[in-house]
Structures are given as C-alpha cells and as structure tokens.
Design a protein around this ligand. Structure first.
Ligand code: NAD
Length: 456
C-alpha cells in the first residue's frame, strides 16, 4: 500500500511553490478506471450528435477561459504569455475539430459473395493519456479530444510539475456537461500513478508523450497485454540551410526554431546544418538575431523566452554546455528561477553529445556540410526522426531532401510542424503512431468485421 503524497507545483520563473496537489496512488487509479469504464459505456451508447454537441460545448467553455488557462500555464510552466494563449486556443480548436469527427467516423460495407460485410469502428474503452510538462495543455488534448470523440473515456495523468491546467480542463469539461467520470485527471508521480495506468487491465490504450527512455519502458509493459500504445518521444531535428536559400530569412527564423518554449520542444531544430559557402555569412546573421531574443518574466507581453521548467532540467542543460565549447550566447536573468541563455555551439564534431542528445533546452549546434548527399547523411545520423526543415530556393532539391530525411514532420522555408488538422508523429525512436489530423479518431478505435449471410 503506497503512502499518501502531494506534488508541490513551482513557478519556474521564481521558484515559489504556487500549489500543492494530492497525488494518485495505484488504488486511486484503480477506482478511477472502474468509474471511467461505467461512464464510457453510456457515452459510447449516446447518439453521435449528442456526443459532438457536448464536445463543442467543452470547446466553448475552454474558449471562455483562454486567458485564465494561459495565465495558469505561465505560472506553472514558465511559458510566455503569447505561447500560453496559443496553447489554450489549441485545446479549444482540437476539441472543436474532434467534435466534427464524431458523425464522420464511419465504417465500410465491402462487397463479398453470399451476404453483406460490415466493417465497424468501435471505441477501445478507457484510454490513459500520460502527458509531459513541456506542452501540458496541447499534448493532453491531442490524446484526450479524439479519444473522447471516438467514444472512449479518458484518464489523463499530467506531469508532476504541471498538473494545474489539466485539473482546470477537467472542471471545464464537467461545467460544459460532459458526463461525470468520463474525463478524469489523475495527478501523480510517473512511477506510481503513470505506472498503475499502464499496467491496469481495464485501460485499453496508453498515449504517452515524454522521454524515449520511459516510452520504451511503457511499450514493453504494454506488450505484456498487447495493449495499444501511441508514443510521442524525443527529437534532435535538423535545420538544413543550403547555399541557394534566402540566407537572411533562414538566419532570422533559426533562433525561434530552437528557442521556442526555451528549447523544451520535441520538434526543436537544434542541429543547424549549413552549406559551407554560406556558413560564415549565416553565422554572422544568426548571432545578432540570437542575442536580441528577449529572455525574462514570462508574464511580460514583450518576453520571447522564459525559464526552464525545473532545477533538474537546468542541471541537465548545463551539463551539455561545458566550458571548453565555443559558444555564442544571448542573455538571461540572474537570481531565482531556472534560467539558461540562448546558446549556439560551434566547432563540435557531429558525434559530440551536445550534437546527438536531446538537450531539451535553448541550445543548438551549428555544423557545416558540403553537398546535398552530405546534408542528408548528417540529418539522418540520429536515432530520432521527428521534425526538420529545409531552406532552399530549388523546388527539386526541396522535394529530394524532404523525401530522403527520415522524419515525420518536415517543412520547407519554414519551421512549422504542428497543425491540429494535419498528422504529427515520429520515425525511428521519436515515436510510434500518429496524432492529430483527419485520422486521429481511428487511433482510438478497434476495427471489427461482420459478415451476414443472405443465404441462410
Ligand atoms: P518523462 O518521460 O520522465 O515524463 C513524461 C511523463 O511520463 C510524465 O507525466 C511522467 O510522470 C510520466 N512517467 C514517468 N515515468 C513513468 C513510468 N515509469 N510509468 C508511467 N509514466 C511515467 O520525462 P521527464 O523526466 O519529465 O523529462 C526528461 C527528458 O525527457 C527531457 O529532458 C526531454 O529530453 C525528454 N522529454 C521529451 C518530451 C517530448 O515532448 N518529446 C517531453 C518531456 C520530456
């Protein structure tokens, strides 16, 4: 029997404790699964139009509370106000988009001799969503919204550091009229509440976003029951700049591509690969752009980058940027808070730890390359495969290189990765399965085929 425990939630910009939240143990998870299973059966039996209407009401409730949710995200995660508003809006949009999928989740009737053949998409049952701290609201919603729309119940375990927005979303769901126990939030430690969710026989699927290490553990545990699993894991994404690109535009866009959310972004373009003839010119433009990034109080509208999430994350990032490395650094506040300045590392070999590991902080390496083949080789020299960008004016090259880079989300002359209506996910050790986009709901269904003889 585990002991009762609480999670202290810190403001990462000040290190002040802003809340203490009771943590769920295995018994609490078990009780929640049982309640969710009952709620799910009624939800799956409800008319699709009613389910869609309730999800749209949930979206409207989120819309009415964008500012409140955003401020909560600023306080518990240190996100800039602009980002936090976008994140709350993303939850609203995804709920609305998923609601539109409820009545469109159709099966098939495939011609067969001697009868009728029906292919039916059934909900899985109770789905466990295990979310990280880097984008607490959107990532929670990426699993939750389509799972609910497909007729499932959802148990959401937020990260230890960021339970507050998740708890508020569950309250808004109830206020909007979603059935009790259909969407429950279980704050708690990963090794306690998360583990109980993964092992519970009543949970049909786990959607996990976080580190590759824990993702592998979860996949192995799910294998014991052949439990369904979607994994969104780490990344070490390339930003490939060819000599024929608009160098000014590429240099102007590169800082945000790895500094957004203080670099705590699985899509961060942290390996900047630059073709040799423009390497110096690119760096000369990139360095001032990096130094001009405004780092400070995330609640200030002018701030472009806030703190890291925790002392542990700060220590991790520091451990990669050792004194012997050549760096270009921006500024960061001193005093309380988990601050690290925007940092470019140059002159390291491609196999250096800072160039291969997911640092998950505002740190990028700049590496030169010779030609297209060399660029693709370097881009693919990673166990990850989540995102990447290609900067070139040559359309043929853009198509060849995006075709050759093994990653799930690529952009040309842009760093855009995430839209709620296009699919998102990783190759290799960046993940398994896809989220978002038009097929998101089917990831939360089981396919059943029924043959009805007309000859009996
Ligand atoms: P983590 O993988 O430990 O945590 C992610 C989520 O999994 C949290 O909700 C956590 O409580 C839960 N969890 C942890 N152990 C679990 C277990 N045994 N069973 C079930 N659930 C469990 O990530 P972290 O420690 O918060 O961050 C460490 C590193 O992971 C970061 O530095 C970063 O490199 C990476 N990371 C990546 C992403 C991403 O979006 N790809 C997100 C967060 C962290």
């Amino acid at each position: 029997m585990s002991q009762p425990y609480a999670l202290d939630v810190l403001n990462p910009a000040t290190e002040e404790v802003i809340a203490s939240v009771p943590g769920a143990d295995a018994a609490a998870v078990d009780a929640a699964v049982r309640r969710a299973a009952r709620a799910q059966r009624a939800w799956a039996a409800a008319a699709p139009a009613d389910r869609a209407r309730l999800l749209r009401r949930f979206a409207a409730a989120v819309d009415d509370h964008i500012e409140e949710l955003a401020l909560l995200e600023v306080r518990e995660a240190g996100h800039t106000l602009g980002n936090a508003r976008w994140e709350a809006g993303n939850v609203r949009d995804l709920l609305d988009y998923s609601a539109g999928g409820v009545e469109r989740l159709t099966g098939r009737q495939i011609p067969v001799p001697g009868g009728i053949n029906l292919t039916i998409l059934e909900p899985l049952g109770v789905v466990g969503v295990i979310a990280p701290w880097n984008f607490p609201m959107p990532i929670a919603a990426w699993g939750t919204a389509p799972a609910l729309a497909a007729g499932n119940a959802v148990l959401l375990k937020p990260a230890e550091a960021t339970p507050l927005t998740a708890l508020r979303l569950a309250e808004l769901a109830l206020e909007a009229g979603l059935p009790e126990h259909l969407f429950q939030v279980l704050p708690g430690r990963g090794a306690v509440a998360g583990d109980a969710l993964v092992r519970h026989p009543g949970v049909a699927k786990i959607v996990f976003t976080g580190s590759t290490r824990i993702g592998k553990q979860i996949m192995a545990l799910c294998a014991e029951r052949v439990k369904r699993v979607t994994l969104e894991l780490g990344g070490k994404s390339p930003n490939i700049v060819f000599a024929d690109a608009d160098i000014e535009a590429a240099a102007a866009a590169a800082p945000t591509a790895f500094l957004d959310n203080s670099g705590q972004d699985c899509c961060a373009r942290t390996r900047i690969l630059v073709q040799r003839p423009v390497y110096d010119d690119f760096l000369d433009r990139l360095a001032p752009a990096l130094k001009s990034v405004v780092v400070g109080d995330p609640a200030d509208e002018a701030t472009q980058m806030g703190p890291l999430i925790s002392r542990a994350q700060l220590d991790r990032v520091r451990s990669y940027v050792t004194d012997d490395l050549a760096t270009v650094r921006g500024s960061a506040p001193t005093g309380p808070g988990f601050w690290f300045p925007p940092t470019l590392v140059t002159g390291v070999p491609p196999e250096a730890p800072v160039a291969t590991d997911e640092v998950f902080g505002p740190v990028a390496v700049v590496l030169p390359f010779d030609d297209e083949e060399d660029a693709v080789r370097l881009a693919n020299a990673t166990e990850y495969g989540l995102s990447g960008s290609v900067w070139t004016r040559d359309v043929g090259r853009a198509l060849r290189v995006t075709g050759a880079v093994a990653a799930g989300n690529l952009s040309v002359n842009s760093h855009s990765s995430v839209r709620y209506w296009t699919p998102f996910g990783g190759y290799g050790q960046s993940g398994l399965g896809r989220e978002l986009g038009p097929d998101a709901l089917t990831a939360f269904t089981e396919t059943k085929n029924v043959f009805i003889s007309t000859e009996a």
